[in-house]
Design a protein around this ligand. Structure first.
Ligand code: ADE
Length: 250
């Protein structure tokens, strides 16, 4: 078994994973609870980062310093940006960019000063494991979820995508905002508020990192309705299913 860190932003994304750990014990550090225990034969530390880039970065830095994980996985929800990235689909990140970072004209828009780049690439092998786990999850989830919920959310046969995820300190909740993101970052499949921050810290520390996100909303005028409903009814089933399968494959 390896020492694997599982991060999520909010409780609903991590709740079921904690329930799967038979022996988890919380350790308080920097205002977070780091849950140490076992899952699928691996030593696991699971932690809620809270929402946003700063919360995600501090949580990741303390996680690495205190618990020395060998691999870092972020699991949670995201808003779909490109057409065809629908509620209930899963996105495995292949590049992480901060859509709200702009030090122009000193640096190109989106470039992270001091790094000579605007994107961080996750670990390929770990991402492939998450992709395989996501493929497995989407075949099971429609059978596991309450048919009422499936109908209410319009989920039918979810797909798995692999591509760029854009991160920023903004909940994207209008057509205008998501159209602007599509124009600025035409490759970005989805938008979230943590992944690129975690990717940057893991890059700094030379640690393998990968991210898997379930689409909770389309980052449009309905996002403020879809997002809480998805979090309440669906998110926990996805993240538990994906993470359990991924740890099985590792
Ligand atoms: N995470 C889930 N939905 C999101 C959205 N619309 N904007 C930013 N982060 C999100």
């Amino acid at each position: 078994g390896q020492r694997i860190a599982i991060l999520s932003a909010v409780h609903e994304e991590l709740a079921e994973i904690l329930q799967l750990m038979p022996d988890e014990q919380p350790i308080r550090l920097g205002g977070r609870s780091y849950w140490r225990g076992h899952l699928q034969g691996h030593e696991v530390v699971a932690v809620l980062s809270g929402i946003g880039k700063v919360a995600a970065a501090t949580t990741t830095a303390l996680l690495i310093e205190r618990f020395a994980p060998e691999q870092v996985i972020f699991t949670g929800v995201a808003g779909g940006l490109l057409p065809g990235v629908e509620v209930g689909d899963i996105v495995v990140g292949s590049a992480l960019v901060q859509h709200d970072l702009d030090a122009s004209p000193l640096f190109a828009r989106f470039e992270v000063p001091g790094y000579g780049r605007s994107r961080f690439q996750p670990d390929l092998a770990l991402s492939q494991v998450l992709h395989a786990a996501a493929k497995d999850a989407v075949t099971w989830l429609p059978k596991l979820l309450d048919p009422e919920v499936l109908r209410a959310m319009g989920l039918h046969s979810p797909s798995v995508h692999q591509g760029e995820i854009a991160t920023g300190d903004r909940f994207v909740a209008s057509e205008a905002d998501s159209a602007a993101l599509r124009a600025a970052l035409p490759e970005a499949l989805a938008v979230d508020m943590e992944s690129a921050a975690v990717a940057q810290v893991c890059h700094d520390c030379g640690l393998p990192f990968a991210v898997v996100r379930t689409i909770s909303d389309r980052a449009d005028n309905q996002a403020h309705v879809d997002f809480p409903l998805f979090l309440r009814e669906v998110a926990r089933h996805y993240s538990a299913r994906i993470v359990r399968k991924a740890l099985n494959l590792l």
